[in-house]
Design a protein around this ligand. Sequence first.
Ligand code: CP
Ligand code: NVA
Length: 307
Amino acid sequence: MAARHYLQFKDFTLAEYEHLFARTRWIKERFKRYERYWPLADRTLVMIFEKASTRTRLSFEAGMHQLGGAAIYLNTRDSQLGRGEPVEDAGQVISRMCDLVMIRTFEQSIVERFARTSRVPVINGLTNEYHPCQILADIYTFIEHRGSIRGRTVAWIGDSNNVCNTWLQAAEVFDFNVHVSTPPGYEVEPERAGLYDHSHYEEFTDPMRAAEGADLVTTDVWTSMGFEAENEERLKDFEDWQVDEDMMRAAGPKALFMHCLPAHRGEEVAAGVIDGAQSVVWDEAENRLHTQKALMEFLVLGQVETA
Ligand code: CP
Ligand code: NVA
């Protein structure tokens, strides 16, 4: 049977996300009680990084250890991947030596090519186009704080990047709305975002209008990894797209603030917001660990029933 992969958010159905969240709750509670849960004993995760990472590496590596397995870190610099070995050959070889692969790279087509020749499940740990593991954790975090996300409004302020595209796919799966505000020239590209239609998002030229009444306000860096050459231009283009206290007031007192991190205080977010009472960024970061443990369990073992 062909391996199941997690390359973009819409790869899983709503029912599968509901299963993952139920497993996340169970795994997280056991972990907090220091109860051992080793369903992936003797299993190995290979993590391939072509871009920097703190949270993704740590949450996958720690998560795999906590599930009883082992994790191996590879980067482009120290492996043959950086010296032109075809991605398809790497997929063949690496997947014969492990049970699961996580890749952080540039174009989405790279993870797709790798997955085509991989014998084991492949997880997208961030590409230029998508960051599904991030939104998995973000939606779990929203539900922990506010209950169901169905019918809610998420305001995305800033760049229509990999994290934004993934929120837009998630809105189609979970049936919520995204209010997107980007500077001119940085608008959503529906095809690149992999959207079915335009029914779950609305674009606003004024970021304050996008934030009005939102249940969640979220943003990300103005310059993503791989786009560093545009940094100076972006600093100018995005200066009116900072999530600040006025914007959170427009959203209202019950609105949450999220940021995938790393953040730049004084650029895309004011310190008073990210360090303020409405911010749940540390829960969001922690939930990368718990949700990805459920994801790895699901991809390796299938649907494990919660006792
Ligand atoms: N949010 C996130 O993916 O963080 P890292 O780049 O540190 O992995
Ligand atoms: N959009 C950012 C997310 C980092 C976790 C980037 O791709 O660099």
